[in-house]
Design a protein around this ligand. Structure first.
Ligand SMILES: Cc1cc2nc3c(=O)[nH]c(=O)nc-3n(C[C@H](O)[C@H](O)[C@H](O)COP(=O)(O)OP(=O)(O)OC[C@H]3O[C@@H](n4cnc5c(N)ncnc54)[C@H](O)[C@@H]3O)c2cc1C
Length: 288
Protein backbone atom coordinates (compact mmCIF):
# COMPACT_ATOMS: atom_id res chain seq x y z
CA UNK A 1 0.00 0.00 0.00
CA UNK A 2 1.25 3.53 -0.78
CA UNK A 3 1.56 5.88 2.17
CA UNK A 4 0.58 9.32 0.89
CA UNK A 5 0.41 11.04 4.29
CA UNK A 6 2.74 14.03 4.59
CA UNK A 7 3.12 16.85 7.07
CA UNK A 8 2.44 20.15 5.25
CA UNK A 9 4.13 23.36 6.47
CA UNK A 10 2.70 26.67 5.26
CA UNK A 11 5.16 29.58 5.62
CA UNK A 12 3.62 33.02 5.04
CA UNK A 13 6.77 34.68 3.67
CA UNK A 14 10.10 33.94 2.01
CA UNK A 15 12.19 34.37 5.19
CA UNK A 16 10.13 31.73 7.01
CA UNK A 17 10.23 29.37 4.02
CA UNK A 18 14.04 29.61 3.76
CA UNK A 19 14.34 29.06 7.52
CA UNK A 20 12.24 25.88 7.27
CA UNK A 21 14.29 24.73 4.28
CA UNK A 22 17.57 25.34 6.10
CA UNK A 23 16.48 22.90 8.83
CA UNK A 24 15.10 20.32 6.39
CA UNK A 25 16.70 17.18 4.97
CA UNK A 26 16.00 15.25 1.75
CA UNK A 27 12.68 13.93 3.10
CA UNK A 28 11.26 17.47 2.73
CA UNK A 29 10.06 18.78 -0.64
CA UNK A 30 8.63 22.06 -1.85
CA UNK A 31 4.92 21.94 -2.70
CA UNK A 32 3.82 24.45 -5.36
CA UNK A 33 0.84 23.39 -7.50
CA UNK A 34 1.34 19.76 -6.48
CA UNK A 35 0.53 18.49 -9.98
CA UNK A 36 3.81 16.55 -10.08
CA UNK A 37 4.66 16.04 -6.42
CA UNK A 38 1.20 15.04 -5.15
CA UNK A 39 0.41 12.97 -8.24
CA UNK A 40 3.85 11.32 -8.00
CA UNK A 41 3.41 10.58 -4.30
CA UNK A 42 -0.08 9.18 -4.84
CA UNK A 43 1.10 6.97 -7.69
CA UNK A 44 4.05 5.64 -5.67
CA UNK A 45 6.76 7.31 -7.76
CA UNK A 46 10.23 6.39 -6.42
CA UNK A 47 11.28 10.06 -6.62
CA UNK A 48 8.81 10.99 -3.89
CA UNK A 49 8.78 7.71 -1.93
CA UNK A 50 10.74 9.06 1.08
CA UNK A 51 9.04 12.48 1.13
CA UNK A 52 7.35 12.96 4.51
CA UNK A 53 7.19 16.78 4.73
CA UNK A 54 5.99 19.34 2.18
CA UNK A 55 6.66 23.07 2.40
CA UNK A 56 3.70 24.75 0.71
CA UNK A 57 4.90 27.96 -1.00
CA UNK A 58 1.52 29.15 -2.27
CA UNK A 59 1.03 31.88 0.36
CA UNK A 60 4.36 33.59 -0.35
CA UNK A 61 3.75 36.86 -2.18
CA UNK A 62 7.47 37.29 -3.03
CA UNK A 63 7.19 34.22 -5.30
CA UNK A 64 4.34 35.64 -7.36
CA UNK A 65 3.77 38.30 -10.00
CA UNK A 66 5.13 39.16 -13.43
CA UNK A 67 6.82 42.51 -14.01
CA UNK A 68 9.53 44.24 -16.02
CA UNK A 69 12.50 45.91 -14.33
CA UNK A 70 15.94 47.03 -15.57
CA UNK A 71 15.52 45.35 -18.96
CA UNK A 72 14.45 42.02 -17.46
CA UNK A 73 11.06 40.33 -17.27
CA UNK A 74 10.74 38.77 -13.83
CA UNK A 75 8.28 35.92 -13.26
CA UNK A 76 7.63 34.65 -9.74
CA UNK A 77 8.47 30.96 -9.31
CA UNK A 78 4.97 30.19 -7.97
CA UNK A 79 3.18 31.88 -10.89
CA UNK A 80 0.60 29.52 -12.37
CA UNK A 81 0.24 28.86 -16.08
CA UNK A 82 -3.22 30.46 -16.03
CA UNK A 83 -1.62 33.65 -14.67
CA UNK A 84 1.08 33.49 -17.36
CA UNK A 85 -1.54 33.02 -20.08
CA UNK A 86 -3.45 36.09 -18.81
CA UNK A 87 -0.38 38.35 -18.58
CA UNK A 88 -0.31 41.16 -21.18
CA UNK A 89 3.46 41.49 -20.67
CA UNK A 90 4.03 37.81 -21.52
CA UNK A 91 1.63 38.03 -24.47
CA UNK A 92 3.45 41.05 -25.88
CA UNK A 93 7.10 40.22 -25.10
CA UNK A 94 7.26 36.43 -24.66
CA UNK A 95 4.56 35.02 -26.96
CA UNK A 96 6.20 31.58 -27.20
CA UNK A 97 6.02 31.21 -23.41
CA UNK A 98 2.33 32.08 -23.52
CA UNK A 99 1.73 29.54 -26.29
CA UNK A 100 3.69 26.79 -24.48
CA UNK A 101 1.88 27.53 -21.18
CA UNK A 102 -1.51 27.38 -22.88
CA UNK A 103 -0.81 23.80 -24.05
CA UNK A 104 -0.18 22.46 -20.53
CA UNK A 105 -2.69 19.91 -19.27
CA UNK A 106 -6.22 21.20 -18.81
CA UNK A 107 -7.60 24.46 -17.40
CA UNK A 108 -7.73 22.85 -13.95
CA UNK A 109 -4.04 21.88 -14.19
CA UNK A 110 -3.04 25.34 -15.49
CA UNK A 111 -4.86 26.93 -12.53
CA UNK A 112 -2.61 24.99 -10.11
CA UNK A 113 0.64 24.16 -11.91
CA UNK A 114 3.51 26.63 -11.66
CA UNK A 115 6.34 27.58 -13.96
CA UNK A 116 9.15 26.64 -11.53
CA UNK A 117 7.48 23.31 -10.76
CA UNK A 118 7.68 22.53 -14.47
CA UNK A 119 11.45 22.89 -14.85
CA UNK A 120 12.45 21.79 -11.32
CA UNK A 121 10.61 18.52 -11.97
CA UNK A 122 12.43 18.58 -15.35
CA UNK A 123 10.54 15.81 -17.10
CA UNK A 124 11.75 15.46 -20.72
CA UNK A 125 8.25 16.60 -21.74
CA UNK A 126 8.22 19.80 -19.61
CA UNK A 127 6.55 22.08 -22.13
CA UNK A 128 7.78 25.49 -21.02
CA UNK A 129 11.47 24.55 -21.12
CA UNK A 130 12.11 25.00 -24.90
CA UNK A 131 10.32 28.37 -24.88
CA UNK A 132 12.29 29.57 -21.84
CA UNK A 133 15.54 28.37 -23.43
CA UNK A 134 15.11 30.38 -26.64
CA UNK A 135 14.41 33.45 -24.52
CA UNK A 136 17.75 32.85 -22.68
CA UNK A 137 16.00 32.53 -19.31
CA UNK A 138 17.95 32.40 -16.09
CA UNK A 139 16.70 31.64 -12.63
CA UNK A 140 17.18 33.14 -9.21
CA UNK A 141 17.75 30.61 -6.42
CA UNK A 142 17.79 31.46 -2.73
CA UNK A 143 18.83 29.64 0.41
CA UNK A 144 19.07 31.09 3.90
CA UNK A 145 22.78 31.72 3.29
CA UNK A 146 22.91 33.02 -0.28
CA UNK A 147 21.27 34.05 -3.54
CA UNK A 148 22.58 32.78 -6.85
CA UNK A 149 21.60 33.23 -10.49
CA UNK A 150 22.14 30.57 -13.11
CA UNK A 151 21.07 30.08 -16.71
CA UNK A 152 18.20 27.63 -17.12
CA UNK A 153 20.27 25.53 -19.54
CA UNK A 154 22.97 25.07 -16.87
CA UNK A 155 20.38 24.38 -14.16
CA UNK A 156 18.91 21.44 -16.10
CA UNK A 157 21.22 18.45 -15.74
CA UNK A 158 19.32 15.39 -16.96
CA UNK A 159 15.83 13.93 -16.96
CA UNK A 160 14.35 14.76 -13.52
CA UNK A 161 17.75 16.11 -12.41
CA UNK A 162 18.69 19.74 -11.77
CA UNK A 163 21.37 21.72 -9.96
CA UNK A 164 19.03 22.53 -7.06
CA UNK A 165 20.79 21.89 -3.75
CA UNK A 166 19.33 20.92 -0.39
CA UNK A 167 17.96 24.04 1.33
CA UNK A 168 17.46 25.99 -1.92
CA UNK A 169 14.30 27.46 -3.40
CA UNK A 170 13.78 28.81 -6.93
CA UNK A 171 12.40 32.30 -6.38
CA UNK A 172 12.14 33.96 -9.81
CA UNK A 173 12.61 33.35 -13.52
CA UNK A 174 14.42 36.19 -15.31
CA UNK A 175 14.20 36.78 -19.03
CA UNK A 176 16.01 39.63 -20.82
CA UNK A 177 13.30 41.76 -22.45
CA UNK A 178 13.64 41.02 -26.19
CA UNK A 179 14.84 44.32 -27.70
CA UNK A 180 14.48 43.44 -31.34
CA UNK A 181 11.60 42.17 -33.34
CA UNK A 182 12.12 38.41 -33.35
CA UNK A 183 9.57 36.28 -35.19
CA UNK A 184 9.02 32.82 -33.78
CA UNK A 185 6.79 29.93 -32.88
CA UNK A 186 6.33 27.03 -30.46
CA UNK A 187 5.13 23.65 -31.62
CA UNK A 188 3.90 20.71 -29.52
CA UNK A 189 3.16 17.24 -30.83
CA UNK A 190 1.22 14.92 -28.52
CA UNK A 191 -0.91 11.84 -29.07
CA UNK A 192 -4.05 13.95 -28.83
CA UNK A 193 -4.97 17.62 -28.91
CA UNK A 194 -5.54 18.25 -25.18
CA UNK A 195 -4.17 16.95 -21.84
CA UNK A 196 -1.42 15.32 -23.88
CA UNK A 197 2.11 14.39 -22.88
CA UNK A 198 4.45 15.89 -25.46
CA UNK A 199 6.26 13.59 -27.87
CA UNK A 200 8.04 16.53 -29.47
CA UNK A 201 8.28 20.23 -28.71
CA UNK A 202 10.15 22.83 -30.71
CA UNK A 203 10.70 26.53 -30.13
CA UNK A 204 12.34 28.87 -32.65
CA UNK A 205 13.04 32.61 -32.64
CA UNK A 206 14.41 34.30 -35.76
CA UNK A 207 15.63 37.84 -36.31
CA UNK A 208 15.56 38.70 -40.01
CA UNK A 209 17.50 41.43 -41.75
CA UNK A 210 15.55 41.51 -45.02
CA UNK A 211 15.74 37.85 -46.05
CA UNK A 212 18.97 37.22 -44.14
CA UNK A 213 18.97 35.41 -40.79
CA UNK A 214 20.65 37.89 -38.43
CA UNK A 215 20.04 35.71 -35.36
CA UNK A 216 18.29 32.42 -34.62
CA UNK A 217 17.57 30.49 -31.42
CA UNK A 218 16.41 26.88 -31.58
CA UNK A 219 15.34 24.57 -28.74
CA UNK A 220 13.67 21.18 -28.45
CA UNK A 221 11.96 19.18 -25.73
CA UNK A 222 10.51 15.66 -25.26
CA UNK A 223 12.30 14.27 -28.31
CA UNK A 224 15.63 14.96 -26.56
CA UNK A 225 16.31 13.65 -23.00
CA UNK A 226 15.89 17.20 -21.64
CA UNK A 227 15.10 20.53 -23.24
CA UNK A 228 18.14 21.83 -25.13
CA UNK A 229 19.44 24.51 -27.50
CA UNK A 230 21.26 23.73 -30.76
CA UNK A 231 24.24 26.16 -30.89
CA UNK A 232 25.95 24.44 -33.87
CA UNK A 233 22.82 24.64 -35.97
CA UNK A 234 22.19 28.24 -34.89
CA UNK A 235 25.74 29.22 -35.95
CA UNK A 236 25.30 27.42 -39.29
CA UNK A 237 22.09 29.35 -40.03
CA UNK A 238 23.28 32.83 -39.03
CA UNK A 239 24.04 35.15 -41.94
CA UNK A 240 22.36 32.88 -44.50
CA UNK A 241 19.48 33.91 -46.75
CA UNK A 242 16.18 32.28 -45.78
CA UNK A 243 15.43 30.27 -48.93
CA UNK A 244 13.37 27.10 -49.12
CA UNK A 245 16.57 25.15 -49.76
CA UNK A 246 18.12 26.51 -46.56
CA UNK A 247 15.03 25.58 -44.52
CA UNK A 248 15.16 22.03 -45.92
CA UNK A 249 18.87 21.83 -45.15
CA UNK A 250 18.33 23.13 -41.60
CA UNK A 251 15.54 20.58 -41.03
CA UNK A 252 17.78 17.74 -42.23
CA UNK A 253 20.57 18.89 -39.91
CA UNK A 254 18.12 19.28 -37.01
CA UNK A 255 17.12 15.62 -37.41
CA UNK A 256 20.79 14.60 -37.44
CA UNK A 257 21.51 16.63 -34.29
CA UNK A 258 18.56 15.10 -32.44
CA UNK A 259 19.74 11.64 -33.48
CA UNK A 260 23.25 12.43 -32.27
CA UNK A 261 21.82 13.24 -28.81
CA UNK A 262 19.38 10.35 -28.50
CA UNK A 263 21.34 7.67 -30.42
CA UNK A 264 19.65 5.29 -32.85
CA UNK A 265 16.55 3.76 -31.22
CA UNK A 266 13.65 1.56 -32.30
CA UNK A 267 11.56 4.75 -32.55
CA UNK A 268 14.09 6.67 -34.70
CA UNK A 269 12.46 5.57 -37.99
CA UNK A 270 9.35 7.43 -36.86
CA UNK A 271 10.91 10.29 -34.91
CA UNK A 272 13.56 11.40 -37.38
CA UNK A 273 11.22 12.27 -40.30
CA UNK A 274 8.68 13.76 -37.86
CA UNK A 275 11.30 16.06 -36.28
CA UNK A 276 12.52 17.12 -39.72
CA UNK A 277 9.04 17.72 -41.12
CA UNK A 278 7.76 19.57 -38.03
CA UNK A 279 10.86 21.73 -37.88
CA UNK A 280 10.52 22.56 -41.60
CA UNK A 281 6.84 23.48 -41.17
CA UNK A 282 7.65 25.62 -38.14
CA UNK A 283 10.33 27.52 -40.08
CA UNK A 284 8.02 27.90 -43.10
CA UNK A 285 5.29 29.30 -40.84
CA UNK A 286 7.72 31.85 -39.38
CA UNK A 287 8.93 32.81 -42.88
CA UNK A 288 5.34 33.65 -43.92
C1 LIG B 1 -3.20 15.71 -15.68
C2 LIG B 1 -1.86 16.35 -15.83
C3 LIG B 1 -1.51 16.91 -17.04
C4 LIG B 1 -0.26 17.52 -17.22
N1 LIG B 1 0.04 18.05 -18.43
C5 LIG B 1 1.25 18.62 -18.62
C6 LIG B 1 1.58 19.18 -19.89
O1 LIG B 1 0.79 19.17 -20.85
N2 LIG B 1 2.83 19.73 -20.03
C7 LIG B 1 3.74 19.76 -18.99
O2 LIG B 1 4.84 20.28 -19.18
N3 LIG B 1 3.43 19.25 -17.79
C8 LIG B 1 2.22 18.68 -17.57
N4 LIG B 1 1.92 18.14 -16.35
C9 LIG B 1 2.93 18.14 -15.29
C10 LIG B 1 2.83 19.32 -14.29
O3 LIG B 1 1.55 19.92 -14.29
C11 LIG B 1 3.89 20.41 -14.59
O4 LIG B 1 5.19 19.86 -14.58
C12 LIG B 1 3.80 21.57 -13.56
O5 LIG B 1 4.43 22.70 -14.10
C13 LIG B 1 4.40 21.26 -12.20
O6 LIG B 1 4.23 22.41 -11.40
P1 LIG B 1 3.63 22.33 -9.93
O7 LIG B 1 3.53 23.71 -9.41
O8 LIG B 1 2.38 21.53 -9.90
O9 LIG B 1 4.82 21.56 -9.22
P2 LIG B 1 4.82 20.62 -7.91
O10 LIG B 1 4.18 19.32 -8.23
O11 LIG B 1 4.32 21.36 -6.73
O12 LIG B 1 6.40 20.42 -7.79
C14 LIG B 1 7.15 19.75 -8.78
C15 LIG B 1 8.60 19.63 -8.32
O13 LIG B 1 9.22 20.91 -8.28
C16 LIG B 1 9.64 21.26 -6.96
N5 LIG B 1 9.38 22.69 -6.82
C17 LIG B 1 8.23 23.35 -7.17
N6 LIG B 1 8.39 24.69 -7.04
C18 LIG B 1 9.66 24.88 -6.60
C19 LIG B 1 10.44 26.05 -6.30
N7 LIG B 1 9.93 27.29 -6.41
N8 LIG B 1 11.71 25.88 -5.89
C20 LIG B 1 12.25 24.64 -5.78
N9 LIG B 1 11.57 23.50 -6.05
C21 LIG B 1 10.29 23.61 -6.47
C22 LIG B 1 8.83 20.34 -6.03
O14 LIG B 1 9.46 20.10 -4.81
C23 LIG B 1 8.73 19.08 -6.89
O15 LIG B 1 9.93 18.34 -6.81
C24 LIG B 1 0.66 17.55 -16.14
C25 LIG B 1 0.30 17.00 -14.88
C26 LIG B 1 -0.94 16.41 -14.73
C27 LIG B 1 -1.30 15.83 -13.41
Amino acid sequence: MIDIMCEVLTPENLTDALQLLAKADSTTKILAGGTDVVVGKTQGSKRFADTVTLIDINRIEELKGIFEKDGMISIGAATTFSEICKSKLVEEKLPLLKKASSTIGSLQIRNRATIAGNFVNNAPCADTVPALLVYDASIEIKSQAATRNISLQEFLQGPYKTQLQQGELVTRILVPTPKQNYAGDFYKLGRRRAVAISRLTLAVLILLNGKEIADIKIASGAVTPIGKRFPKLEEFAKGKVMTDNLLRDLSKKMGEEVLAVTGLRWSSDYKLPVVQQMFYQLLKGIER
